[in-house]
Design a protein around this ligand. Sequence first.
Ligand SMILES: [Zn+2]
Length: 86
Amino acid sequence: MIVRLIVFITIFFIGWWLYRQFVVFKGQKTTSNTKKTKQKGTQAEQENMVRCLQCKTYVPLSHAIHDEQARPFCSAEHLKEFNQTN
Ligand SMILES: [Zn+2]
């Protein structure tokens, strides 16, 4: 009787474990789909890249800082440095 109970509990836990694995797998699949969507968004941003005049680094237009003459910079510090050196 006790052996049957142990077998029943073991089967129950294996079933529960398999269910957990399935849920985790499903969750990973959803996460990868979200990542793909995010990568698409990044690609769209990369189409609008501007070059920082100070360090020559390409930055997304939405992250760039522009001075009064619409010159792009990666950060406020580089805008300042550029204005000091020129
Ligand atoms: Zn810069």
